[in-house]
Ligand binder design. Structure first.
Ligand code: UTP
Length: 303
């Protein structure tokens, strides 16, 4: 049974500087809730309720977001703002949140290794990266857990990327067709392959279901690319022992770890909100010419 979701949030968030100098990237809001809240809600929506945040110095506000705030609750109660009060309180009951510190940003693999004190050596767990946002009602993580329970091996989420230049920004898998539609057997992974050298068009994105053994492998994984302990390297070791499963994403996903993806995620999330969507879309229609003029008229290359 998969009980715990490990959510690494210890990175420096340099792509959003200067915004992330004093505010953790994971607390930047999309509409009216921070990115990390969507991730924790996804965990809960998919039947897991134990969350381990791998955090770092300067990021304790992330834990505060999921704690009670009694002074705020009292102020909202005194003003009769019951809906806001309920929303603020619900955050503390959303999931069981634990936190562990990664003292230095030594890589995603190293961040995952920090879970060793929290999950048992033979216990499987999920890993979610806040940079990848799925839709709030996504059940993809639950499907990954089911694939793991069926096969017993690690499961990675894959995104089909047609553009070779974009593909070169990801870890890309070498794979064969799997047992079921949308599933592949992964026998190797290549981190950021030079354009034209990728083994497939399937890129690894930030959802994983991993057997406890990955922690043992990570302990023996030397620093790789960029001097960091790479999760990809540990996955390569696992895949060489026995192919692992790749589940190809068949629903919208936003790369909120980069600026354009963060903006499009904000628009997509706002558009589906009854209190904002119609007004936002009407505004975009009415202002499209102005937006095009501000962009210098050069919008032909938009993705
Ligand atoms: P990123 O490479 O996106 O790093 O890591 P980052 O620091 O968050 O962002 P940029 O690239 O500087 O803008 C992917 C995920 O792994 C976590 C990050 O917090 C992010 O969720 N991470 C990365 C760690 O927790 N520890 C690390 O040592 C590295």
């Amino acid at each position: 049974m998969v009980r715990t979701a490990v959510v690494p949030v210890a990175g420096l968030g340099t792509r959003f500087l200067p915004a992330t100098k004093a505010v953790p990237k994971e607390l930047l809001p999309l509409v009216d809730r921070p990115a990390i809240q969507y991730v924790v809600e996804e965990v809960v929506h998919n039947g897991l309720e134990d969350v381990l945040l791998v955090t770092a110095a300067g990021k304790s506000a992330i834990e505060d977001h999921f704690d009670r705030r009694l002074d705020l609750e009292a102020a909202l109660a005194a003003k009769g703002r019951d809906a806001d009060l309920a929303e603020v309180r619900a955050l503390a009951e959303l999931a069981t949140i634990h936190a562990v510190r990664q003292h230095e940003p030594l890589g995603l693999g190293h961040a995952v290794l920090m879970a060793a004190g929290h999950v048992d050596a033979d216990e499987s767990f999920a890993v979610l990266l806040g940079d990848d946002l799925l839709e709030p009602d996504s059940t993809f993580l639950g499907r990954m857990v089911a694939a793991h329970e069926r096969t017993g091996v690690a499961v990675v989420a894959l995104l089909r990327v047609d553009d070779p230049d974009r593909l070169a920004q990801y870890g890309v898998v070498a794979a064969e067709p799997g047992e079921r539609d949308g599933e592949v057997w992964v026998h190797d992974l290549v981190e950021k392959p030079a354009p034209g050298t990728a083994p497939s068009d399937l890129a690894v994105i930030g959802r994983y279901v991993l057997p406890g053994r990955v922690l043992e492998v990570l302990r023996d994984t030397p620093p790789g690319r960029g001097g960091e302990i790479q999760l990809t390297d540990a996955l390569r070791t696992l895949a060489a022992e026995r192919p692992i499963v790749g589940l190809v994403l068949d629903e919208p996903r936003h790369d909120a770890g980069e600026k354009l993806g963060f903006l499009t995620a904000t628009l997509a999330l706002a558009a589906r909100r009854p209190d904002l969507g119609p007004d936002l879309v009407a505004w975009l229609h009415a202002n499209l010419a102005d937006l095009e003029a501000r962009a210098g008229g050069d919008t032909g290359g938009a993705r």
